[in-house]
Design a protein around this ligand. Sequence first.
Ligand code: FE2
Length: 299
Amino acid sequence: MAYPPPLPAAGLPASDPAALLAAVLKANAHTEHPRLRQILDGLIRHLHAFALELDLTPAELDLGLDFLVRIGQASGPKKHEGILLADILGLATLVQLRGARHALAAGGTEPALVGPFWRANQPLRRHGECISSDDTPGPRLTVTGQVRSLDGTPIAGAWVETWQASPKGLYENQDPEQRHMNLRGRFETDREGRFSFVSVRPAGYPVPVDGPCGELLAAQGRHSMRPAHLHFLVVAPGHKVLATQFFDAEDPHALDDVVFGAVGSLLRRFEPDGAGGFTLDVELRLEPGETHIPHCPLP
Ligand SMILES: [Fe+2]
């Protein structure tokens, strides 16, 4: 028998990337679910183009695959390294802004990531109530807000969830010195769609760097900081859920958020209240649609 054996007539032409790509796409054509087929098709095309453009070596491919394995190994019930990877690559923000493009074009509030620190069963608070315990240090921050639909109509009876880090840059469930559910609350909007609360001015904080994402940031020569912010999640019947964050425009990382969430209109100046504290007024404009409450990452 001749060696090497001749390739079968229908075999893959090994030196033809276009034919290889066509064969892989043909194999994917049997995927039953239409959207999954479409997503895999795009992923395959972009991966092949990526490898060709960069002349990716087998050793580099191995390194990348090992990194993905370690992303999985670093994840568990309390930490999702995969979410962090999508965050620090800007992919999560891109997907979220893309999904909100119609609302944004109509004047909707820019969304921002829910993040890993929202908790289920945050305490229901009264209008104007203080969400920080007496022993929380830091300057006072008075927050007022109004929830409206895209056409400007105030939304009464909306749920407004808020949560924030302390002036030390820690959420209460990360910090044994803070009380249970400190700096968290849920409010119901009044007839004019308004809510208000008193808190303290938050500080920025680093994302976790003890896993492979930390190695990636170090390799890129990047810092790990998020600018100071307050989270909001607004739920109103007949409207899409809005998750967003408002950022302290004076934070040193206001224009340099490690997860690229501090976009455009979400940067705010915390105005001095004349008594050593600050004020923040926000408007939350929701897009009409189906109400899908996101999965809450923490009990
Ligand atoms: Fe946060």
